[in-house]
Design a protein. Sequence first.
Length: 135
Amino acid sequence: MEGPIKGIIGIAAGGIIAVMLAVIFKKEREAFSVYINIMACIVILIWGLGKLEIIIDAINKLQSHIQINKSYVSILIKIIGITYVTEFSASICKDSGYHAIGEQIELVGKLSILAIGMPIMLALLDTILSFLTTN
């Protein structure tokens, strides 16, 4: 099998094993169950962060072929980072039984993405307005 397929199969198997261990410990030692959950999430996150390098390289190659403002690429990378951190932390909170905190983390993540994306939205509106006023 190819590398990425082996990698995801390994991560999926590790995740399933972690869930099985967490279920076993949940009744008698709930704290261990939470620790197993958090550690499995961290290991999977670290593995996923390695894939970000591939994405960033692809974005840089795309940028070399198409004239894209570097600040827009920076914004895109920040949005990807916010998305990962938000999803990771909200999932851990929800899995630990703190749904309200997880929901609030998701809300702040969405608002952060909206705030960071505003320059792109404004540039798009300026472009649309320039097309409308030139015709």
